[in-house]
Structure formats: structure tokens, C-alpha cells
Ligand binder design. Sequence first.
Ligand SMILES: [Zn+2]
Length: 63
Amino acid sequence: MSNLHPCPECNHSVGASATSCPNCGANLEEEQGIGFHIVRVIITLAIILVLGRVLMYVSESLR
Ligand SMILES: [Zn+2]
């Protein structure tokens, strides 16, 4: 049961709770970034929804 994942910079196995790589010192905030990633997905979906509504409104007004 290893919660290790490779460092994106040096491929050194780093614990999931580590915020920086002990080998090269790279910043590893992926564990904390999951919530931020979800927020980004929600914002992207909201933008798509708004754009879809705007496009529908424009196509309706062009008629
Ligand atoms: Zn590293």
C-alpha cells in the first residue's frame, strides 16, 4: 500500500502527503490541487454553458 507517486521533475518516488520533492525540491501541490482542479472544471463548464446560451440568444435574434 504505497502512497508514493513519481516526482514530475526527477521521477523520484515522493509520498502523497509531501508538498515538495525530497530529492530535487520541486513543488508538489497536486494533492492540494485536486479541489482546485474540480473548481477549474466547474468554471470551464459554466463558461461553456454561458457561451451556449449566448450563441442560442444570438442565433434566435438573427432570425
Ligand atoms: Zn524531484
